[in-house]
Design a protein around this ligand. Structure first.
Ligand SMILES: [Zn+2]
Length: 186
C-alpha cells in the first residue's frame, strides 16, 4: 500500500456532529478533564493531592495564596515565642511595645517580622488588620494564657495537635499564621 496516498475524507459522524474542529476528540477529552482535576486538587507548590483542608496535606501550602506561602510549622511558632522574648528584652520593653503597634498594621508582631511570618484571616487569607491583631495579641492571648494555668500551661501548645496549626487565640479571632519571608501576601 502506498503510504503517500492521501487519506480519504472521513464519513460524516453518525450523530451529525462536526469533527473537523476537534480531529482527535478521544485524545482531548481526558486532557481537559485532567486540567480540571489539576485546578481542583493539585497543590500548586508540591504538585501532590492538596486534600480537603485549608492547607496542603503534604507541604502546608495555603489555599488561594501564591505558591510557597505555607502554614508556619509548630516548631517555628514556638521558636517565635522565644524571639518575642529576646526582642522584648533587647528593646527594654518600651521599644517592643512601640514596634508592636506599628507591626500590627501588617498582621505581624516584632518577632514575626524578624522571622518572616504573618497572621492571616482564616476566611479570606488576607493579612489581619491592626484591630484584629490588637484583639489577638493583647486580649485573646493574655486571656487564654491566664486560663491555661488551669491546664498547667498545656493549652498554650494547642497548635501541636491542631490541623491548621492554630493556637487557641487563633481560634478566637479566626486566624492562621503563614511563612511569608518575601512579603508576597498583602
Ligand atoms: Zn503541597
Amino acid at each position: 500500500m502506498n503510504a503517500q496516498e492521501p487519506t480519504p475524507p472521513s464519513p460524516p459522524a453518525p450523530d451529525g456532529s462536526d469533527q473537523a474542529s476537534s480531529p482527535t476528540p478521544s485524545g482531548l477529552v481526558p486532557t481537559a478533564r485532567q486540567q480540571v482535576q489539576a485546578a481542583v486538587h493539585e497543590c500548586p507548590n508540591c504538585r501532590r493531592d492538596f486534600g480537603a483542608g485549608v492547607a496542603c496535606q503534604f507541604c502546608q501550602q495555603v489555599a488561594g495564596l501564591p505558591s510557597g506561602i505555607t502554614l508556619s510549622s509548630p516548631s517555628k511558632r514556638l521558636g517565635g515565642y522565644l524571639m518575642e522574648a529576646l526582642l522584648l528584652l533587647a528593646t527594654l520593653g518600651i521599644g517592643y511595645l512601640i514596634w508592636s503597634l506599628i507591626a500590627f498594621a501588617k498582621g505581624q508582631t516584632p518577632g514575626k517580622q524578624v522571622l518572616g511570618m504573618k497572621v492571616l484571616r482564616l476566611r479570606t487569607a488576607q493579612p489581619a488588620g491592626w484591630g484584629l491583631m490588637f484583639v489577638r495579641e493583647v486580649i485573646a492571648k493574655w486571656l487564654i494564657g491566664f486560663l491555661s494555668i488551669l491546664t498547667l500551661g498545656i493549652a498554650n501548645f494547642w497548635l501541636l495537635w491542631d490541623s491548621k496549626n492554630q493556637e487557641l487565640w487563633d481560634k478566637v479571632v479566626a486566624t492562621i499564621v503563614v511563612d511569608d519571608p518575601n512579603r508576597r501576601v498583602r
